[in-house]
Ligand binder design. Structure first.
Ligand SMILES: Cc1ncc(COP(=O)(O)O)c(C=O)c1O
Length: 409
């Protein structure tokens, strides 16, 4: 009998460096604390199950039978299930982005759109600009594609055009990634006049703009300005550089894993090729369900309930924090979305250190370092008000106050 002659290799040696050394999602790593009994987690940006239209979804599921169910259980086109493409084109048209079914690429969540763009547009060594702070899973997607991430500073109205202009001139980036509506984590809205400036700058420097918009429908008092994609006709050349990502996760249900992309045909085509080798297509069953849900007007009818409920939660958390942490925390009351982004006022504050005391007091938040490209200690923290009703949020704010005393800040 002969012994196999392969060299002794550690399984980890097979993994590419970029994956071997990548940190996991800091937010997903907090999940083990979320599940502890008695914990009030303000960490995850998870839509509240009790606010989902479970009865409506069940009705629609029940109505899928016979031939329509058989079709929903079959393979479908990579671009998406045609009835859903039609319904998403109508929804996009309503939001100021006139579209036809053929313009829509259905995604397995908008996260897939970020990854498809990273894979089809970014080559190792390319630079991608992001607003600071930004969505950590986008940072990961860009880094895993081998790109270098450069941050662009902003203020309460989003990225600063003069800083963006300088970054574009210095780094010649391939792509700019923005969450212009109720950003994760910043909750900021990119001001209307800046949207045109961003487009003009991107065109001038030949830079793609990837606009990620999972929260735009969750406004409380007033809708956000028109999307960059909707404005592309106003700036010569902008139609070639604008890509828009929408999502049904925050408004219908994240478990359906559905999002969509609008953008130039050449880019969508590249993303379709990448998606063919990724998952073939989004689940036909959830696409068929969402198509009917949208077509029957249920989505439009449900949105006002969500806006009212999340609006009440956002106000409850900001009022309670104002009382429990007066003078120690600075933040703007959220105008939409799911997050409150706050800064600890103490000098040299590092919210990662505070988190340990918070866990002892059974409350969770995400330390701000997770949302910056350099991952350095940060005085910022992200709180989500989505998953708790008002009483839980008030209790969470009390615990945060007590834990900060305990942390000695
Ligand atoms: C800014 C941003 N983009 C994309 C996503 C991913 O959403 P989806 O469930 O549509 O993949 C999220 C989810 O938290 C997000 O916050």
């Amino acid at each position: 009998m002969t012994t196999p002659t392969h060299g002794a290799r550690d399984a980890a040696d097979f993994v590419r460096d970029v994956y071997r050394h990548a940190p996991g999602s800091p937010i997903r790593e907090l999940k083990r604390y979320t599940e502890l009994s008695g914990m009030i987690s303000l960490a995850g940006g998870y839509p509240a199950p009790e606010l989902m239209d479970v009865a409506g979804v069940q009705d629609v599921l029940g109505s899928l039978s016979g031939a329509s169910l058989a079709r929903a259980l079959a393979y479908d086109a990579t671009d998406g299930h045609m009835p859903l493409r039609e319904a998403l084109a109508a929804l996009s048209t309503d939001r100021g982005m006139p579209s036809e079914a053929a313009d829509v690429l259905v995604l397995t969540g908008s996260q897939q759109g970020i990854d498809l763009m990273a894979r089809t547009v970014l080559a190792p060594g390319d630079v991608v600009l992001v607003e600071a702070p930004t969505y950590p899973a986008a940072l990961s997607a860009f880094r895993l594609a081998g790109a270098t991430v450069v941050e662009v500073a902003g203020d309460d109205d989003g990225v600063l055009p003069e800083v963006l202009a300088e970054a574009l001139a210095t780094h010649a980036p391939k792509m700019l990634y923005l969450v212009p509506n109720f950003g994760n984590p910043s909750a900021r809205v990119l001001a209307a006049e800046r949207r045109r400036d961003v487009l003009a700058l991107a065109v001038r420097h030949g830079c793609l703009v990837l606009e990620d918009d999972p929260y735009g429908d969750l406004w409380f008092d007033a809708p956000p300005p028109l999307s960059l994609y909707a404005l592309r006709g106003e700036v010569a050349g902008a139609a070639d550089v604008c890509v828009y990502l929408g999502s049904l996760s925050k408004t219908l249900a994240p478990g359906l894993r559905l999002g969509w992309m609008l953008g130039p045909a050449a880019i969508r085509r590249a993303c379709v090729l990448a998606k063919q080798v990724d998952d073939l297509h989004a689940s036909t069953l959830t696409q068929a369900l969402a198509a009917r849900y949208l077509q029957e007007g249920r989505f439009a009818a449900h949105l006002p309930n969500l806006r009212a409920a999340y609006g009440a939660r956002g106000r409850a958390l900001s009022d309670a924090l104002g009382q429990a942490l007066e003078g120690r925390l600075t933040f703007a009351a959220p105008r939409g979305g799911m997050f409150l982004w706050a800064r600890l006022d103490a000098s040299d504050a590092d919210t990662s250190a505070w988190l340990q005391a918070a866990i002892r007091h059974q409350v969770l938040f995400v330390p701000g370092a997770a949302f910056f490209a350099d991952g350095k200690p940060s005085p910022w923290l992200r709180l989500s008000f989505a998953s708790w009703a008002e009483d839980g949020l008030r209790e969470g704010a009390q615990r945060l106050g007590a834990s900060l005393d305990d942390a000695g800040a």
